[in-house]
Write a protein of this length. Structure first.
Length: 228
């Protein structure tokens, strides 16, 4: 049987960022509940989430066609039309509802990782930027950090359920495409396919973001948690 023709939709940086975020988030939750001795790894993974999420936002402006926000973010009418099934052919990239979920998840990830920089565990560990703010403010940010963790978990569950609905209910190869980057040619017109991944540019952006965060971490004063 002749293999089905496929076309490239998701570039390599988008796919790597997606799965690295999955691993970093899982590790962040695991190290949070594993005990205070794992806090150093919790900090490292939180910084990883911050760099990856910041990169994905930047890639939303300078990345390949279907990675750019302007190519997939739509208004309420487009979302309602998609839910009603009156929007016509599915887009090659994110559908209007999925696009809304992507934007919400990115904002939550940035907020969660950023608040973690200033938070503390009220025992003996603190985020790397704790020394830059008042302890009382850190405690309030810690409360927000914990709340965002629950909100983020809800959004992730909704995201997984939405993907399952598309894969199992609508027979869309979303999960496979996030590994291979390709979708069947019947779902992707020739003009919608991307020619490549622009990987060198992506790695340059990640390097700049990681270097900027590393410099900020080095400049931050040592976190001294007041236990009494």
């Amino acid at each position: 049987m002749k293999p089905e023709l496929e076309r490239l939709v998701w570039d390599l940086p988008v796919r790597l960022t997606h799965w690295l975020l999955v691993l970093a988030l899982a590790g962040s939750w695991a190290t949070h509940y594993a005990g205070v001795e794992w806090f150093a790894w919790h900090r490292r993974l939180g910084c990883t989430v911050l760099v990856l999420a910041a990169f994905r936002v930047a890639w939303g402006f300078v990345g390949t066609r279907h990675a750019r926000f302007r190519s997939f973010l739509r208004g309420p009418r487009a979302i309602l039309a998609y839910l009603r099934g009156t929007s016509g052919v599915d887009p090659a990239g994110h559908n209007p509802l999925g696009a809304l979920g992507v934007a919400a998840l990115l904002l939550l990830l940035l907020a969660q990782a950023t608040t973690g920089l200033f938070a503390n565990d009220e025992i003996m560990n603190a985020g790397p930027f704790y020394g830059w703010i008042d302890p009382g403010l850190s405690n309030r940010i810690t409360s927000v950090h914990r709340l965002l963790s629950d909100v983020l978990l809800v959004f992730i569950v909704l995201h997984v359920l939405a993907v399952a609905w598309h894969v199992l209910g609508r027979r869309r190869p979303l999960l496979r495409a996030m590994f291979t980057g390709r979708k069947p040619a019947t779902l992707v017109p020739p003009e919608e396919a991307i020619p490549g991944s622009r990987t060198a540019l992506a790695f340059a952006i990640v390097a700049v973001l990681a270097a900027a965060l590393a410099l900020a971490l080095r400049a931050a004063p040592e976190a001294m948690l007041a236990l009494y």
